[in-house]
Design a protein around this ligand. Sequence first.
Ligand code: MN
Length: 487
Amino acid sequence: MKREFWFIVGSQFLYGQDVLDTVDARAKEMAAELSKVLPYPLVYKVTAKTNKEITDVIKEANYRDECAGIVTWCHTFSPSKMWINGLANLQKPYCHLATQYNKEIPNDEIDMDFMNLNQAAHGDREHGFIAARLRLPRKVIAGFWQDEKIHKRLSDWMRAAVGVAVSKKMKVMRFGDNMREVAVTEGDKVEVQTKLGWQVNTWAVGDLVKEMGKVTEAEIDALVAEYEANYDIATDNTAAIRYQAREEIAMKKMLDREGCRAFTNTFQDLYGMEQLPGLASQHLMAQGYGYGGEGDWKVSAMTAILKAMGENGNGASGFMEDYTYHLVEGQEYSLGAHMLEVCPSLAADKPRIETHHLGIGMNEKDPARLVFEGKAGKGIVVSLIDMGGRLRLIVQDIEAVKPILPMPNLPVARVMWRAMPDLTTGVECWITAGGAHHTVLSYDVTAEQMRDWARMMDIEFVHITKDTTPEKLEEELLVKDLVWKLK
Ligand code: MN
């Protein structure tokens, strides 16, 4: 859908019409110039001088689906009591861009007229006070509006705000329940709908099997041609590939019919299906759908959200699971994979379609799946857990490497990484915080974006970095436990 952000500039009548005209012209110019470098248009709305102008534009921002957030700035002084009624009702993400039209103080030209026109330095402080006083979740970005650093930070925030919009409309289709007896994949679906907007509901596996029966050979031919165009075929078991295509087409039809952009299934409930969807789920993820194995609807929805926050609205993010460790000194790594379903957006090279026996679950036939190595590079892993009464988002910085072993008999896609601050301390921190074995691994969404997203969604945020120690983390979690009980 079309998305944009609204630029709202604060001022007042005190300075006279000439100043207001200048502010208006500059705001227009800045929005137009910034729109050329930002991932979404920044639309200049108003230089607001009254309570009514602010209240009206915020009411409109709340109502308009295409408005994904507001960016405010005070070129001149804008007395903040006039912002209270509007801001108190704001329901969209909010960024305060503390910038200035001019970069330099002009040595000869500067006089009191210049000072009155260019006073963001104190206008933005008055504006910041009222947001602090109202306890509004907001992002503050300070710097010269033409600097690339500012463009990058504003772009990142915009993408996080789009993650908020996607979250609020999120619908998850569950095929079957969670894997029996597993705790961390459970959660309060009423709470996530209230807090994050997610609609999480179940559809019968039998309905999917029925839908699979309606898929035509021509539809399968077309999808197999797409597989052949994107992947190397490393199996002569074409029946298995065609079966996965049938599963994908049926799932996609059901997802699209219901407006769902995420789904789950479980190997314990495949009644009427010959194979666990492998290639099918992987290719759906490549198209931006979220997926969670073993009924993990939280990781499924988060996968779809991180994908939407990434480059071009479908970035390099995917469902992941910590599987096994390499604990050789100096070469400590986590090996992540899943029994089939790893998103090809994480791949370093062109994935291969292979078929192998899968012992877990009720697979009558060998499922086709994409096999590849993950890319090297910096990334994050993300886990959303239900703490009972609140949600906690845990983000850990990681450094992915080219897998140090070829592992020729491992029949699934694999990613290898070092968790921060180092593997074992990182594992201690992750386990202390209660992070799940399922995560979203992302190469292009940053921890700062996830922090912004968590702030906008009003949930707890824990970040494990190169500087985290288990001792500091334990104290942080203790304080947060108290804070979130009071909130
Ligand atoms: Mn799993």
